[in-house]
Design a protein around this ligand. Structure first.
Ligand code: C2O
Ligand code: CU
Length: 483
């Protein structure tokens, strides 16, 4: 499969100016006879000079880093099969890149500094261009010093609509985020500190939905809402309980899944993970329902209220199908799969105390800020020894063990994988994910076809863990090689 096809480019382009709303137009070049996909062009400017009202009045605005002066950045909404072009301008005082999280893009477009591209210098620009292969809910963020750049507000949603969408009354995105604010509502500058790195990362004190501390969400009885959740937090794990509503999960990490309800009613999202929900508003008119998040013990909080208007939209919920058409991902052939062991180690109270699994002494590691390891190695940058080399178009199973006392959302670039087992038990839905949340001591098997050549990041998406070493590179060779 070729991910990168050259296209005749449209002359008229939709430029997304700073702060402007997204013009939704799909443009094909009318003069060209060649068969082309429509090209959708966007401009993203990373900057440091905006303020947003994260915390409610009378709190002052918070100074953030942002794309196009918005937090989250502009929602990019396109159609499956579109060709996308992003002109990125770096208005930061440091290098940056943009990574298109979860999208299967060609290697050179993946936005990993030094590995896939030279980082974009302060004041510089870079153009990304690729096809929107898979429909679903994705997001974009820098991959350079992401623990601070993402943490200060650089990230945005990227929604790829299905060619034939399912019927809903509203299709909404909630970018969930978490901030560590001081009393003056400014972002605490303690990014990258060792305590966060050695524990569960930078968990903040202020949760926002789409860049605001949420209050209420107005709904109508009988309404069907598609809610796209994106966890854009550095480290916070969300577990949402929707009061008397029982959402259907229809997609995870962008990829369709057999519609099902969460076993214990909790929608759990580690950093970088997404879930598309269908919520039928079955509550009573004029009633209020509180959505809570009990993930961290003793730190349960109220996220937002569903507030019902006095008039129902319809008496009975819609009965149309909520099943999404599958994307065309190559199906892993488990019988012919080659297995690789991956062990995660490190952190406080973890196996690191006894066994770093490898080559480094614990004290030395803590001092140097390298606290987390994959197969015994703590990464110090994006360029490193390969974790494993894969043959193109073969199926691989990664047999992963979390030998630490902490959760880790493990992300692979360039591919989606099926989660096939947890602690030896086959998963019910064999869900496709690009980021899988591993509980302490958990063992998870994932399977995928290595069909996208390149050197792909494989890392924990708790950005402080990633920066403190929990990162590796998996190479997929260009051509199948005979052994
Ligand atoms: Cu969302 Cu390697 O990143
Ligand atoms: Cu981690």
């Amino acid at each position: 499969m070729s991910f990168y096809k050259s296209t005749a480019l449209s002359r008229r382009e939709v430029l997304l100016a700073g702060g402007a709303t997204l013009a939704a137009a799909s443009l094909t070049s009318s003069w060209s006879l060649a068969e082309t996909s429509p090209v959708r062009s966007f401009k993203l400017t990373a900057g440091t000079r905006s303020s947003v009202q994260l915390a409610p009045h009378p709190h002052p605005q918070t100074r953030v880093w942002s794309y196009n002066r918005k937090v989250p950045g502009p929602e990019i909404r396109v159609r499956q099969g579109d060709r996308l072009r992003f002109e990125v301008e770096n208005g930061l005082a440091e290098e940056t890149t943009v990574h298109w999280h979860g999208l299967r893009v060609p290697f050179a477009m993946d936005g990993v500094p030094h590995l896939t591209q030279t980082p974009i210098a302060a004041g510089g620009t870079f153009t990304y261009e690729f096809d929107a292969l898979d429909a679903g809910t994705y997001w974009y963020h820098p991959h350079q010093r992401s623990f601070e750049q993402v943490g200060r507000g650089l990230h945005g949603p990227l929604i790829i609509e299905e060619r034939s969408p399912i019927q809903v009354d509203r299709d909404l995105t909630w970018v969930l985020d978490d901030w560590r604010l001081e009393r003056d509502a400014q972002i605490s500058g303690d990014f990258g500190n060792r305590h966060d790195a050695a524990h569960n990362g930078r968990v903040g004190n202020t949760v926002t939905i789409n860049g605001r501390v949420p209050e209420r969400f107005d709904v109508k009885r009988g309404e069907r809402i598609r809610l796209r959740l994106i966890n854009a937090a550095n480290a916070r794990i969300f577990a949402l309980r929707f009061a008397d509503h029982a959402p259907w999960i229809i997609a995870l990490d962008g990829q369709p899944v057999t519609p099902h309800k969460a076993a214990d009613g909790l929608i759990v999202l580690g950093p970088a993970m997404r879930a598309d929900l269908i919520i039928d508003m079955t509550g009573a008119p004029d009633k209020r329902y509180t959505i809570t998040d009990p993930f961290y013990r003793r730190l349960e909080y109220r996220l937002i209220d569903f507030v019902y208007g006095d008039r129902p939209l319809r008496e009975k919920p819609l009965e149309s199908s909520i099943e999404l058409a599958a994307n065309t991902l190559p199906e892993p052939d488990l019988r012919a799969a080659e297995r690789h062991q991956v062990r995660f180690n490190g952190g406080m109270m973890g196996a690191m105390m006894m066994d770093s699994g490898g080559r480094m002494n614990m004290m030395e590691m803590m001092r140097s800020g390298r606290m987390w390891l994959i197969n015994g190695v703590a990464a110090t940058g994006h360029v490193m020894e390969l974790l494993v080399t894969l043959q193109k178009d073969r199926t691989y199973i990664l047999d992963m063990r979390n030998d630490t006392a902490w959760h880790h959302p493990i992300h692979l670039h360039g591919h989606s994988f099926r989660v096939i087992s947890r602690n030896g038990q086959p998963t019910t839905h064999r869900e496709w994910q690009d980021t899988v949340l591993m509980a302490p001591r958990e063992r998870v098997e994932i399977a995928f076809v290595a069909d996208n050549p390149g050197d792909w990041m494989f890392h924990c998406h708790i950005l402080e863990h990633q920066a403190a070493g929990m990162m590796g590179v998996i190479r997929v060779l260009e051509k199948p090689q005979r052994t």
